[in-house]
Design a binder for this molecule. Structure first.
Ligand SMILES: [Zn+2]
Ligand SMILES: [Zn+2]
Length: 330
């Protein structure tokens, strides 16, 4: 197999060739067709998240074809297309796992963080955490659904049923979520970094009612806001933008510190919540909805060997939509 490997945090990934991994009991080996690049990959590479497995193959928005199965897995799985998300394994017995909150598992494994991920030609995954995907769809288009889509969906569920939704940070997650929001009949207000006219234009093309910088005020009080950008100073801004009783959801795994703010910003039964990881139930719900809506992802593809470039483009805000790595023919 070939892979882009993180040997040391804050260093570029290194291209390596190694023996193909063998699936253990209950696991699948997947020949990777596409793996999208998520902001969480940047947080892993940059050392914002504690104790990554090292050396590590990052990547947790994996689409590929099952090419080997471990003991206990039906060989009928061979040749099927599956997707592997961030949540790679849960213990199944902790209080969270037993109460339908496996996203909060006490002993989880995360793809591309505590187990090897999809910046590679091959990856091994727990079969219970690999989702069947449409064999006829384009793997590159599907890849961003595995995290940007799933986490976006979970964030939207947390945001409630309000009609006017603010999306702070208009990247991979927001560009998928806006399509679902509009299909649901909601109005979307898109907030970007100041001066990011490309992202604002993109949001308007996808049907946003309004797009502007997060320094501007929304034209109407929002029912809810979802923050995808990893910037804690957006929290008081988003709280000020929502009406009484409104909800602000932090959709990212890492955020810079939230500045001190007067209590009046939260007062009025406004709620501030975070979204952590995903559950398999989220995926069961989300994939059919994405298919029904006809979600179209906007992607920029990179050969596997250029993973560092994809990460740099994401870091610099140069992307419109999602970056997707495509392993060279191997
Ligand atoms: Zn658990
Ligand atoms: Zn992710």
């Amino acid at each position: 197999m070939k892979a882009m490997v993180l040997q040391q945090i804050r260093k570029p990934l290194i291209f390596v060739e190694r023996d193909d991994p063998r699936p253990s009991p209950g696991e699948l080996r997947i020949k990777v067709e596409a793996c999208a690049v998520c902001r969480t990959d940047l947080h892993v590479v940059d050392g914002d998240l504690n104790d990554p497995k090292l050396p590590l193959v990052p990547g947790h928005e994996i689409v590929g074809i099952v090419d080997a199965v471990g003991y206990g897995i039906d060989s009928a799985k061979l040749g099927l297309r599956v997707g592997v998300p961030w949540l790679g394994h849960t213990c199944g017995i902790c209080s969270f796992c037993r109460t339908k909150a496996e996203n909060l598992c006490d002993r989880p494994q995360f793809t591309g963080y505590t187990r090897d991920g999809g910046f590679a030609t091959h990856v091994v995954a727990d079969a219970s955490f690999a989702f069947d995907l449409d064999a006829n769809a384009d793997p590159v288009s599907l890849a961003p659904l595995l995290c940007a889509g799933l986490i976006g969906w979970r964030s939207l569920r947390k945001a409630g049923d309000g009609k006017s939704i603010g999306l702070f940070g208009f990247g991979a997650a927001a560009h998928i979520l806006i399509q679902i929001c509009i299909w649901q009949g909601r109005d979307v207000y898109a907030f970007t970094r100041s001066g990011d006219l490309a992202a604002q234009q993109f949001a308007l093309e996808l049907g946003a009612r309004w797009a502007g910088s997060s320094k501007e005020s929304a034209p109407v009080p929002l029912d809810a806001a979802i923050i995808f950008a990893p910037a804690g100073d957006l929290v008081p801004i988003a709280l000020k933008a929502v009406r009484k009783g409104g909800v602000v959801v932090c959709g990212g795994i890492h955020m810079s510190d939230i500045p001190a703010m007067p209590y009046s910003v939260l007062w009025g039964e406004r709620e501030l919540v975070s979204v952590a990881n995903l559950t398999r139930a989220d995926a069961v719900e989300f994939f059919p909805i994405a298919q029904m809506v006809g979600v179209r992802t906007h992607t920029t593809t990179y050969p596997l060997k250029r993973a560092n470039e994809a990460l740099a483009d994401l870091r610099a805000g140069r992307l419109v939509g999602a970056a997707v790595l495509v392993p060279e023919a191997s």
